[in-house]
Structure formats: C-alpha cells, structure tokens
Write a protein that binds this ligand. Sequence first.
Ligand code: LER
Ligand code: MN
Length: 268
Amino acid sequence: MRSAITISLVEEARGGPFVYWDGLEDGCRRAAAAGFDAVELFVPSADAINPGELRRLLAEHQLQLAAVGTGAGWVKHRLTLTDPDPAQRDKACDFVRNIIDFASQFNAPAIIGSMQGRHTPGSEDATLETLQQALDELGAHAAQYHVSLLYEPLNRYETNLVNTLAAGVKLIAPLGGRVKLLADLFHMNIEEVDIAESLLAAAEHIGHIHFVDSNRRAAGFGHIDFAPIADVLRRIQYDGYLCAEALPLPDADLAARQTIAQIHSLFP
Ligand code: LER
Ligand code: MN
C-alpha cells in the first residue's frame, strides 16, 4: 500500500487537517524520516512553489508527489466551480487548471474538494450540472497530461452537493473515467451507512484515499474500525495512496508515525 502525508503551505488554513505546516523542506524531510512514500501538497496557488525546488526535495528524500489540493482557491479567494456568477466560475476553473498544469509535471492529480461549492435552495439540479460540466472540462485538461482529476465528496457541514461515494459515482461516472473519486474516511464516517461497503460499491472509481480517523486525527486515534476497510481495499486491489490528511495531534511527528504504524499493521 502506498503511503502519503499532507503538507500545507496555506497560512489561512491553519487549524485545518494537515500534518506538516512548516514549509516544503521541513515537510519532505519529516515525511521521509517517518517512512512515507509520498507527500500531498496544499498550496496557495500553482505559482507558489518553484517546480525545480520541489523536484530537488522529492529526489533528495526519495518521495513522490501524491496529489495537490486546490482548496486555497476557496480559502484565499472565495472561488468555487459552481458560483452563480460565470466570471467567478471562470476564475475558479483557471485556478484549478493552473494547479493541474503544475501537478502534472510530477505525474500527480489535482484534488477538487472545497472548490465544488454548494447549492442555494432550489438550485440543486442546476448546480450539480454546472459542477459536472466543470469536472468534465478539468478532467479533459488533466487527461492531456495522462493524469486523472480527483473529486472528493465532503460531509454535509462542508457542502450540500455530494456527501457520499454513491452520489459521487453518479456525478462522475458519465465523464468517462478521467475523473476519479477521492474517498476521505473522515467524511465517510459522518455520511456513509457502512464505510467498507461504500468503498466496495464505488471500487472502480476510487483514485485516492484520505486515510484518517473519525475525529480527523491519525488513523487509530479515533473510533473507525479499519479492519473491514483494509479487507475491502485488498479485495478490490486498491493501488492508490493512503494519505494522512490528519490533524497534527498530539504533534505532527506522532500523527505521522501513528499513520505509518497503522498502515503496516493493516497491510503487513
Ligand atoms: C476537507 O475536509 C477535506 O477533506 C479536504 O480534502 C477537501 O479539500
Ligand atoms: Mn479530504
């Protein structure tokens, strides 16, 4: 099982579910020391990182880039792909497209999470259609680089558009396989009837997993039962990343080591 861990470079997101917060160099060094295969980056924008510098750090620490989050478009600029204003939607699309251009140089997909936005009363169907069109366009943009685009269902407190993997499948299945689902176990713990069964049902669409516990702490520090989840991941031969998108509690290094210990005990 391939492991990854999050580094946030977005100051405005402090308090959010990312393990490392003290820059690219610090995050890469600590991720490698803890035994991770890859890092997932939460970046302020596509041009916030020098690609040469990232390439050097990844090589030095023998890490891959697992994925790049686009949520800073929302956190910093209040952009979403479903804004009622078409000019704002265009800006949101540009923001994501630039991150796809950046991430694809490292063979990594971009993640659409909070950039999906939400619908206002009475506009659910139209908003979902707008989101689907944006995912279709951005998925095509990613496909030219032979990378997928990751779409993440979120829990009800973060979006009212798509809260479950099944609803995510309904949204992305018509798009021809270029858009994959990101299954975040924290959101799933809130929304799914049965996490393992939902993963099994959506198996062919799952491209990435945020591997974290019920309370957004490292896997094993909450009350999710990971054994049936691991059984399903083996059964479906999941070959993507398990990424620690977790709070740095009790501190970043202990959250990192707990995640790796949990992965090793579930997948010996
Ligand atoms: C936020 O809850 C989250 O899960 C992120 O991956 C979404 O951008
Ligand atoms: Mn997530």
